[in-house]
Design a protein around this ligand. Structure first.
Ligand code: ADP
Ligand code: MG
Ligand code: ZN
Length: 607
């Protein structure tokens, strides 16, 4: 640890302060106790008595006090009374030693003992404590060093991550490789006169590997890598964050070429909107960051990376050319990407023969890298729980469901009547899905309840990767979502609360069809909603008059209603199959897509 001088000064100041407090306590409480003799206060008449009786051997007289020692070596003190005969009395006895004592007997020595020695003592102790604590927790050291950036410095060996650890995300890796190359051989770029971007911003949903990518850059670049999280700049006191930014950049330019990584930059980089509850500290920190980014020379080789999942909330000043002018999207992985990520994390666990990552990849559309890593780990845990030594396909399949819907609730007691309703509900979904040509094949149906609250579910998996959704597919999806409730209505002539999740999803989809996908004739291609936090699954906000909003509601209602009646129509036409499949599901609790199709279209499965 090589401390900077200003840090040392802060440390000694702290030491001095605490030393002083201890010193005062020492002088006030402890010193009198250890320096004082066991002297017993008495009154003057007792003193005179003792002198007359000849019991006193020694007397010390100060301005205000008389201290005397008796023959049996006891010490007494008494307040001095103006007694002109005192000296006469003492001499009369003949055996008494007596002296007058000036209080400030030796001011130099007193000062030394009372003040200088203890200070030295305290400083020594303080330094000792500091060293010991610093070694063990390092925390106290940080607490005392206000305004110092605590960016971690990584070099290659420390992150241990390389681009091989990041699966998929090829475009992001491509862009970052250029930066790494620039740091390795800046002459190449200087020769042709190209300026590399000063900063690159990694944007994407949570868990897609932004932090991982930055660590991989550090591992590949073999240059110092300063990593700090945006929230670490936010301090209780105004000005501290700005001081940290200054310190970070001065350290970075000392170590150039190097990389500075600011994770979750939205914590300090929010738009300065001049609202009443604006945050002074944050604005100062941001201003400092802007200044520092302008201040250093791009050719020197300091590259600033930052990551965020709320790019739209960033201050525009941060995004202008010369600052974070390059934006690197880190999106949710596609099918190939998911397979690759499963492969990377699969290497860390023992796998049984013949694992099909493609199937798992298809079942996890929309999952992030972090979720996929979690699926592999859950599968490994399940293998151990079941006493196996390697992860097999069923572990992976089960853990996909755990991540989607939670653990199985094996002990949940559900009455036969309710089970029946749930079975019809799920078969309702599956049957409507299977009877429409624009919907994904049914993969699995189950009525085993899960900890997420789901009482059962129907899993549909597309054959390949889908990037677009046609209007027909959207409508088929709506019909499938309403299929559960439709079955309840048809068979039991009532409806239950079990469809609430379906209703939510159906409404959301129908709304999006009207307001964002331009799939309704009435509104044509008009954007009626804007999405706020696209990477955080944020809610859309309306961008139209209240009259139009009412029309949108009517339109949404019509779409959902017609999907619902389509579902009812399909189920009425296939009511025999509905009964047959529901009873089969009730008995088995979980059935696969093949079992389902075998009952639905027996002639086909023998073809
Ligand atoms: P964020 O984008 O939120 O910063 P992280 O980089 O922290 O996400 O990713 C969390 C974890 O998810 C990583 O530690 C890694 O295990 C896993 N992960 C995410 N994306 C990938 C990927 N593309 N390849 C391999 N692992 C990934
Ligand atoms: Mg992160
Ligand atoms: Zn349902």
């Amino acid at each position: 640890m090589n401390e900077k001088p200003n840090n040392n000064i802060q440390k000694s100041l702290g030491a001095l302060l605490i030393g002083l407090v201890l010193l005062i306590a020492f002088n006030a409480l402890i010193l009198p106790v250890i320096t004082a003799d066991p002297v017993k206060p008495t009154d003057y008449s007792f003193f005179l008595e003792q002198v007359e009786d000849g019991n006193v051997s020694k007397v010390e007289i100060t301005d205000s006090l008389i201290t005397f020692t008796t023959d049996d070596n006891k010490f007494y003190s008494t307040v001095r009374i103006d007694d002109p005969d005192l000296v006469e009395r003492l001499r009369e006895d003949g055996n008494i030693e007596f002296t007058g004592v000036s209080v400030d007997q030796n001011p130099m020595r007193n000062f030394l003992f009372a003040w200088v020695l203890p200070i030295i003592f305290m400083v020594v102790i303080w330094n000792l404590i500091f060293k010991l604590l610093g070694k063990h927790m390092g925390g106290l050291g940080n607490a005392m060093s206000f305004g110092k950036s605590n960016a971690k410095v990584y070099v290659k060996a420390q992150t241990g991550k390389t681009f091989d650890d990041v699966a998929g995300q090829d475009e992001a890796k491509e862009a970052l490789k250029e930066i790494v190359d620039f740091l390795h051989s800046p002459e190449k770029y200087a020769e042709i006169g190209a300026d590399l971007p000063k900063g690159a911003l990694l944007v994407g949903p949570p868990g897609t590997g932004k932090t991982l990518l930055a660590q991989a850059v550090a591992g590949e670049a073999e240059v110092p890598f300063f990593s700090i999280s945006g929230s670490e700049f936010v301090e209780m006191f105004v000005g501290m964050g700005a001081a940290k930014v200054r310190d970070l950049f001065s350290q970075a330019s000392e170590k150039a070429p190097c990389i500075v990584f600011i994770d979750e930059i939205d914590t300090i980089g929010k738009k300065r909107d001049g609202q009443i509850n604006s945050n002074d500290e944050r604005e100062q920190t941001l201003n400092q960051l802007l200044t520092e980014m302008d201040g250093f020379d791009g050719k020197k080789g300091v590259v600033i990376l930052a990551a965020t999942n709320r790019p739209e909330s960033l201050d525009p000043a941060l995004l202008r050319p010369g600052r974070f002018d390059r934006r690197i999207p880190v999106e949710l992985p596609d099918l190939a990407g998911r397979e690759a990520i499963l492969g990377v994390h699969g290497k860390k666990v023992k796998l049984a023969e013949g694992i099909d990552f493609n199937a798992i990849g298809r079942a996890t559309a929309g999952a992030s890298g972090a979720e996929l890593a979690n699926i592999i780990n859950e599968a490994a845990l399940r293998a151990v729980r079941n006493g196996r030594t390697a992860v097999d396909q069923s572990d992976l399949e089960e853990s996909v469901e755990v991540v989607i819907a939670g653990y199985q609730r094996k002990n949940a007691v559900i009455s036969q009547k309710e089970k029946e309703i749930i079975a019809y509900h799920e078969i309702g979904h599956a049957l409507v899905a299977a009877m429409q040509k624009d919907s994904a094949p049914v993969h699995k149906i189950t009525i085993i309840p899960r900890t997420s609250g789901a009482l059962g579910y129907t899993m549909q998996i597309d054959e390949g990767e889908k990037f677009l959704m046609t209007k027909e597919e959207a409508f088929a999806r709506l019909a499938t979502l309403t299929g559960g409730r439709s079955a309840e209505e048809l068979i039991f002539n009532t409806c239950t609360s079990g469809a609430s999740n379906d209703i939510e999803k159906a409404t959301k989809l129908a709304r999006a069809m009207v307001t964002r996908y331009g799939m309704s004739e009435n509104f044509d291609m008009i954007a009626l909603e804007t999405v706020n936090n696209q990477y955080l699954g944020g809610d859309p906000s309306l961008a139209c008059s209240s009259v139009t909003a009412a029309e949108i509601d009517a339109e949404v209602r019509n779409i959902v209603k017609s999907a619902h009646s389509e579902a009812i129509r399909i189920l009425t036409e296939n009511i025999e199959k509905l009964h047959e499949l529901a009873h089969y599901l009730l008995e088995k609790e979980t059935i696969t897509g093949e079992e389902f199709m075998a009952i639905l279209k027996p002639e086909k499965s023998f073809a």
